[in-house]
Ligand binder design. Structure first.
Ligand code: ADP
Ligand code: MG
Length: 627
C-alpha cells in the first residue's frame, strides 16, 4: 500500500500562514498533540467500557520523548489508533477543510485577530515547529493494518504501510531549525507542567531520580538509595473533577498549595459544579488580600477538559472576581477566539452570571452561619465585596445583605443596621443622614475625638477601594452623604439649626482674621472666623470634602486633570468663642498676637499631621519660649 496525494485545497501552501498567525505561542503545539493523544486514549477506554473493544487495555499512559541528535519530538499513545482510511478522513479532509476555510476567511479579513484561532487546527499546529510530521499508527479494530502518513508542510502528503505493532499512535515531529529550542529537557518539562499537569491520562516524560528507603544500617538508621522512576507529569484526578462530598478541607488546602506554592492559606473556597445550561466545574479560592491587589490578578487558571488553556480569564470571570485564585474548567468556553467575540458569547455571559451568583451565595451563607467569623475575615473579603458592589449590579443586589461597615471602635454593621444607628443624631437640617469616616485613624484622631464628643459615629474607610465605595454608598443609600471627619469643624460637618452664635463683634472678627492671615502668610489657607462651641479647638484646618475627593480621584486615575492640577486649598476655621481668641484680642503687642495665632495654627496643623520639617522645628522652639 503506497499512496501519494495532494490535499485538495486551492491555496498552494497554507502552512506559512498557520505558522505565522495561528498561534502566537508556538509552544502550544505540544498541548494540542498531547491532548489528541489523551482523547484517543479516553476513546479506547470508553470503547472497552461499552464492550466494543475486548482486547487488553494495558498501560495506557501517553509518552513524550525527544531526540536531540535526530532532532525529533515524539508523542506516543496507546489509544484507539487510526486506519489509513481514517487518517485520510480525519487528518487530510476534515482538518484541512478547517484549514481551507481558515485561509479563505483570512484572505479578506479586515482584522486578522478576528479569525485567527477560531479554527482549532489542533493537529496542524505541529507545523509551527516541524518541517516534517510523521504519523505511525495502528488502529484497535480487528485486522487493521498499521499505517504511516508523512507530510512536509506543503500540501502534499504520503500514506504508506506502517510498522507499528501495538495499538495506538506515534506522532513524530522533525523539528525545524527555528524551533530547536524545543529540543530541550527543561523546556519541554516546563511546557508539560504548564498545560498537562491535570490531564486525565498519565503523561510520561523520561525518568527522574527518587530516593527510596533501603533497609537499615548497623546503627538501625534508615538507609536511602537513588532509583530512576518514570517521570509522570500529571495528577489525573484533580479535585475539581471530584464531588465536594468526597473532599475534606485538607484536600482543598493541599490543592491550593499545589497551584500556588508561595501563597498563604486561602480564607475559604467555593466548589463550582454545573452541567446545565453549560458545563462548568472548578474551585475558586478567596486569598488573603494584600493592598497591592493589582499585582494579584490573573491567578485563576482556565481549563477545558483538564487541558490548561490560559490564566488570562478576563471576560470569563467578572472583573471583581479576578482577585480570586483557583481553577475553572469548561468545555463550553470558546477557547481560541478573540476578545470581542468572547464578550458577546452568550455562554460566557451565563458563566459570568453563574460565578457571580455562586460567590454571592457563598458570602451570604458565611455571614448568616457565623457572623463573628465573617467579621474577622472582613479585612480580607471586604475588598472583594466592595469591588463587587461597585462593579456588578447583580452582585450588589445580594451584597447589600452582607456588606459591612466598620467604625473606629472596631464594631461592624450591615448597611441597614448602620443607618438605624446614626439616623437620630446624624441627620442634618436638610434631612440628609451624614456618615462620617476616617481614612487614617491616627492622623485624624483629633477630629474623631470631636465627633465622638458629640456622640457621632465615625467609620473607617482606609482601603484602596473606599474612595469608590463611598461614592457608591451615596448613590445607593437614600438621602445619605459621606464626609471625611476632618472635612470641616464638627459643627459644620452635620449642619443643624442649633449652631453656636459667634460672640465676637464684627470688628473683632475682622481683627482676628487679620491677625491670622498675617501670621499664616500663605495663599493656600483661607481664614474664616466662626462661632463654635468653646470646647472645640481654637483653630481647625480642613480641606473641603468635594475638593479633596476630586483631587484624590484625579491622582488615582494617574492623570492629574483639572482637579489634580489645582493647588491644595485649606480652610482655617477660627473658633471665635474659644478663650484663646479672647486672649489674642487682649494681647497688647502685635508681636504677641502674631505669636499666639501662629502657635494655634501650628497646633491645628499638627493635629492634621501636616506640620513637618522646618515648621515643626520652629513650632517646638516657640512652644518652649511660650512655656
Ligand atoms: P480535534 O482534536 O479538535 O478533533 P485535531 O486537528 O487536533 O482536531 O485532530 C483531528 C482528528 O485527528 C481528531 O479528531 C482525531 O480523529 C484524529 N487524531 C489526531 N490525533 C490522533 C491520535 N493521536 N490518535 C487517534 N486519532 C487522532
Ligand atoms: Mg485536537
Amino acid at each position: 500500500m503506497q499512496e501519494k496525494g495532494t490535499i485538495s485545497i486551492h491555496t498552494e501552501n497554507i502552512f506559512p500562514i498557520i505558522k505565522k498567525f495561528l498561534y502566537s505561542d508556538h509552544e502550544i503545539f505540544l498541548r494540542e498533540l498531547v491532548s489528541n493523544a489523551v482523547d484517543a486514549t479516553q476513546k479506547i477506554k470508553r470503547l472497552a467500557q461499552l464492550g466494543q473493544y475486548n482486547g487488553e487495555l494495558g498501560d495506557i499512559s501517553v509518552e513524550v520523548a525527544f531526540d536531540k541528535d535526530k532532532k525529533t519530538i515524539t508523542i506516543s499513545d496507546k489509544g484507539l489508533g487510526m486506519t489509513a482510511e481514517e487518517i485520510k478522513k480525519y487528518i487530510n479532509q476534515i482538518a484541512f477543510s478547517g484549514a481551507t476555510e481558515f485561509v479563505e476567511k483570512f484572505k479578506d479579513a479586515k482584522d486578522a485577530n478576528e479569525i485567527i484561532g477560531k479554527f482549532g487546527l489542533g493537529f496542524y499546529s505541529a507545523f509551527m515547529v516541524a518541517k516534517q510530521v510523521e504519523i505511525n499508527t495502528l488502529s484497535y479494530q480487528e485486522g487493521a493494518q498499521p499505517a504511516r502518513w508523512t507530510c512536509d508542510g506543503s500540501t502534499e502528503f504520503e500514506i504508506s504501510a506502517g510498522d507499528r505493532k501495538t495499538r495506538g499512535t506515534d506522532i513524530i515531529l522533525h523539528i525545524n531549525e527555528d524551533s530547536e529550542e524545543f529540543l530541550d529537557k527543561w523546556r519541554l518539562q516546563g511546557i508539560l507542567d504548564k498545560y498537562a499537569k491535570f490531564l486525565p491520562v498519565p503523561i510520561k516524560f523520561g525518568t527522574k531520580t527518587e530516593s527510596v528507603e533501603d533497609g537499615v544500617d548497623d546503627k538501625g538508621e534508615k538507609k536511602w538509595k537513588s532509583v530512576e522512576v518514570d517521570n509522570i507529569i500529571n495528577t489525573t484526578s484533580p479535585i475539581w473533577t471530584k464531588s465536594p462530598n468526597d473532599l475534606k478541607d485538607e484536600d482543598y488546602l493541599s490543592f491550593y498549595k499545589e497551584l500556588y506554592p508561595m501563597s498563604e492559606d486561602p480564607l475559604f473556597w467555593i466548589h463550582l459544579n454545573v452541567d446545565y445550561p453549560f458545563n462548568l466545574t472548578g474551585v475558586l479560592y478567596f486569598p488573603k488580600v494584600k493592598n497591592d491587589f493589582e499585582f494579584q490578578k490573573n491567578k485563576i487558571k482556565l481549563y477545558s477538559r483538564q487541558v490548561f488553556i490560559t490564566d488570562e480569564v478576563k471576560d470569563i470571570v467578572p472583573e471583581f472576581l479576578m482577585l480570586l485564585h483557583g481553577v475553572i474548567d469548561s468545555p463550553d468556553i470558546p477557547l481560541n477566539v478573540s476578545r470581542s467575540f468572547l464578550q458577546s458569547d452568550s455562554n460566557v455571559k451565563k458563566i459570568n452570571n453563574y460565578i457571580t451568583k455562586k460567590v454571592a451565595d457563598k458570602l451570604a451563607e458565611l455571614f448568616k452561619k457565623d457572623r463573628k467569623v465573617y467579621e474577622e475575615k472582613w479585612n480580607d473579603i471586604g475588598l472583594f465585596v466592595k469591588y463587587g458592589m461597585i462593579s456588578e449590579e447583580k452582585f450588589a443586589e445580594k451584597g447589600k445583605e452582607f456588606t459591612l461597615l466598620k467604625n473606629t471602635n472596631g464594631e461592624f454593621f450591615t448597611l441597614t443596621e448602620y443607618k438605624d444607628k446614626v439616623k437620630a443624631l446624624q441627620t442634618d437640617k436638610n434631612e440628609q443622614v451624614v456618615y462620617l469616616y476616617a481614612t487614617d485613624i491616627a492622623k485624624q484622631d483629633a477630629f474623631i475625638q470631636s465627633a465622638n464628643k458629640k456622640d457621632y459615629d465615625v467609620l473607617v474607610m482606609d482601603s484602596p477601594i473606599d474612595n469608590h465605595f463611598i461614592q457608591h454608598l451615596e448613590m445607593k443609600e437614600e438621602k445619605t452623604s459621606l464626609k471625611r471627619v476632618d472635612a470641616d469643624v464638627v459643627e459644620k460637618l452635620i449642619q443643624k439649626e442649633d449652631t453656636y452664635a459667634n460672640l465676637l463683634t464684627e470688628e473683632q472678627s475682622k481683627k482676628v482674621k487679620d491677625v491670622f492671615e498675617k501670621a499664616i502668610n500663605n495663599q493656600a489657607y483661607r481664614v474664616e472666623v466662626e462661632g463654635l462651641s468653646p470646647e472645640e479647638m481654637p483653630v481647625t484646618v480642613t480641606m473641603e470634602e468635594f475638593m479633596r475627593r476630586m483631587k484624590e480621584m484625579a491622582q488615582m486615575g494617574g492623570g492629574m486633570g483639572f482637579y489634580g492640577a489645582m493647588p491644595d486649598n485649606y480652610k482655617v476655621a477660627i473658633n471665635g468663642n474659644h478663650p484663646l481668641i479672647d486672649k489674642i484680642l487682649k494681647a497688647e503687642a502685635e508681636e504677641d498676637q502674631a505669636k499666639l495665632a501662629k502657635q494655634a495654627f501650628d497646633l491645628a496643623l499638627l493635629a492634621q499631621g501636616m506640620l513637618t520639617g522646618k515648621d515643626l522645628t520652629a513650632f517646638v522652639k516657640r512652644s518652649v519660649e511660650l512655656i
